[in-house]
Design a protein around this ligand. Structure first.
Ligand SMILES: *Cc1c(COP(=O)(O)O)cnc(C)c1O
Length: 331
């Protein structure tokens, strides 16, 4: 089948964006290795500019605008990190950026988007169609629409994260990647299977929104209502027409984790590694923390996708879980 993404696009994207992005570190934790009986390499995109891998795809897309498109500017819809990524990339390139965001997006993400110079337009994610709003704005203002995941230039940019990881650590038995709409997973899976065909690629979704898993199993894109999960970066309703075929071809399986497991993984990363992760970024880490024999004695790459969470919210999530797990007092 003809895919809209080729490996060379990811190589080109990486060269194009290299001087704009951070080369993020690869972290290791002895405790994590002991718990999982594996050698785990964590690609820390929480340390990427604006706090998530999404800056890679945004840069790659905007850098390919024509002069006329650059003059008019960009519009997008996003629950947060893509919004910040587009706003920052647009500012770097001296472009206008209009961002359609859900009213209930984390305040820190809305503020950050405005802070990067984005013009924010809010909508109700449970009743309004963000894609329609984005398209209408594009038409009215002559803006070029860059969606958060379903665009070959975005997918190619996100794939550069896995390319860097493999350049640093060499071959892996497993690559585990958070899955929302599949921009990150499609790009990373293509890199993994091109460089190391024996590497098993796993996408991880929140349990409450396993549309990707169902799509993968059924062979056609499953649409769901906006899932209720703390993983706000993966509250997507469906995979994309560009991302799905790549995922079908290059991903081995899709797993899910619960919100409780995400909080436990956030707690682990902060407590043991002094690394602050947002819930969505913990999808892969939470899977490894299940300590399944699958990964024993294997070399495992895990993508930590971002660290944008309000610290008060972070503390609340940890505290709620602690309180629930306290033994109830006997009178
Ligand atoms: C967007 C995002 C994801 C999911 O990426 P997709 O390309 O939509 O699959 C995962 N983690 C974080 C932190 C994100 O911002």
């Amino acid at each position: 089948m003809d895919l809209s993404l080729q490996y060379q696009d990811i190589v080109d994207a990486h060269a194009r964006i290299r001087s704009f992005i951070h080369k993020t570190p690869v972290l290791q934790s002895r405790t994590l290795n002991q718990l999982s009986s594996a050698t785990v390499y964590l690609k820390a995109e929480n340390f990427q500019r604006m706090g998530a891998f999404k800056f890679r795809g945004a840069c790659n897309a905007l850098l390919q605008f024509s002069d006329e498109q650059k003059q008019r500017g960009v519009v997008t819809f996003s629950s947060g990190n893509h919004a910040q990524a587009i706003a920052l990339a647009a500012r770097e390139l001296g472009m206008r950026a209009v961002i359609v965001m859900p009213q209930d997006a984390p305040a820190i993400k809305i503020e950050a988007t405005k802070g990067y110079g984005g013009e924010v337009i809010l909508y109700d994610r449970y009743t309004e169609d963000r894609e329609a709003i984005g398209r209408a704005l594009a038409e009215q203002h002559g803006l070029c629409l860059i969606p958060p995941y379903d665009h070959p230039h975005v997918m190619a940019g996100q794939g550069s994260a896995a390319k860097e990881l493999f350049e640093d650590v060499g071959s892996l038995d497993f690559l585990i990647v958070p899955l929302g709409g599949g921009g990150l997973l499609s790009g990373c899976a293509m890199v993994a299977k091109t460089l190391y065909p024996q590497c098993t690629v796993i996408g991880v979704e929140p349990e409450a929104g396993n549309d990707g898993q169902r799509s993968f199993a059924s062979g056609s894109i499953v649409h769901i209502d906006t899932p209720k999960t703390i993983a706000d970066g993966a509250q997507t309703q469906h995979l994309g027409k560009h991302t799905f075929p790549v995922i079908q071809q290059y991903v081995d399986r899709i797993e899910t984790v619960s919100d409780d497991e995400l909080v436990a993984a956030m707690h682990f990363a902060a407590g043991r590694m002094k690394v602050v992760l947002e819930p969505t970024a913990c999808l892969g880490l939470a899977l490894v923390l299940r300590q399944e024999q699958t990964y024993a004695n294997k070399r495992v790459g895990v993508l930590l996708s971002g660290g944008n969470i309000d610290l008060i919210r972070f503390c609340e999530l940890i505290e709620q879980q602690q309180n629930r797990s306290l033994p109830t007092k006997v009178a």
